[in-house]
Design a protein around this ligand. Sequence first.
Ligand code: S3P
Length: 422
Amino acid sequence: MPHALTVPGDKSITHRVLMVAALSPGRSKIGGALTALDARSTARVLRQLGAGISPLREGAVVTVKGVSRFSAPRIPLDCGNSGTAARLLLGLLAGHPFGATVTGDRSLRRRPMRRVTDPLAAMGALIAGADSGDRLPLTIQGGNLRPLRYAMPVASAQVKSALLLAGLSGRVPVAVREGVGGTSRDHTERLLAAFGFALPIREGWIDFDPSSGCLEPFSTEIPGDPSSAAFLLAAAMLGRSPRRLRISGVALNPTRTGFLAVIRRMGAVVETEQRGTVLGEPIGDLVLTPGDLQATDIPASEVPGVIDEIPVLAALAARCHGTTTFHQVGELRVKESDRLGLLATNLRGLGVEAVAEGDTLRVTGTRGPLKGLIRTADDHRLAMAFGVLGESPGVDLVVDNPACAGVSFPGFWKALASLEGR
Ligand code: S3P
């Protein structure tokens, strides 16, 4: 029998479901929502905009009392560490006729925002702030939007979603096309489609007509987060006693499960067992049988589908036979930290051959002893990726801020310990 675990609710889906419920007049009920800090940031700012949201507590169903229009917030909307909260919120605010200030923690205030503020300004939103609208805090005055047809320069679900949500809240049609490099996660499209909105895709353009559907209160159950599952699957591959592992109730949306193809190439056998669909999202179990770790190549076309899994894939690569190359991963420089730079320096600090050159990351695996202190810059995915590597026999490392895993995966360290029978 494989070891059995579950993971907390999907972060991307939780943000979106909370936002859409907040704009669905009436009472919605959300089970399985992520209760981590990022989800709490979204719930907090939505409350400031007039939605009633019960506390996000482990095991509790979240009740959302939605409103048809948001009301002007009295103080700045603090999105904490969450880029998804900030960027999607800017989209929602663009459709509302009042001024609001959006801000975040130190990490979020250094992340680029022009990728959303430029197209939102093209729709008619007035946005002012540091670095000509590229950095938080930003003040946005929305309302009275124009339709938008926009080819995105980068494949980003946050940008795509911000624009679709601007169309929704501003009641104007929006057409978006993803940039070169593939398709980003499509949770917003699936969620809107579940409410009857038409979002046909023609020659790469997603055409959203906000008059084609209507938001109403709903009850749902958020599936487990495949990005959180990735850490535990990797730990089962690397750990002292590599073991079979089943993780049940996980979102199996193909725009999120790209890492399964990568870990299969690295030597794991992974089966997926779909059990149903919720809000247009396929859900099921992942069953992993570890194998010998082999290096692989991650081409640019695969990157949007594994963008959040690259830290843990790099941790696996550090124990693979051969050199793993991640192509076109420059986006990692503007995540919660400079993940590209920190992955390479931390791996080298342990004694692994790792190079971040331009947009490429190369990691040469070793079975030798590794030792060192990991500097995470408070980035949750770096803390967890190195936590996983720390389970590999012969690795002796200390993560400087293990608590930051709570940004996306409360209970991570406990789940990791349970895998090793601790
Ligand atoms: C997310 C999109 C991704 C991802 C982030 C969550 C989302 O960011 O890295 O963790 O929920 O839309 P980009 O869209 O900027 O690639």
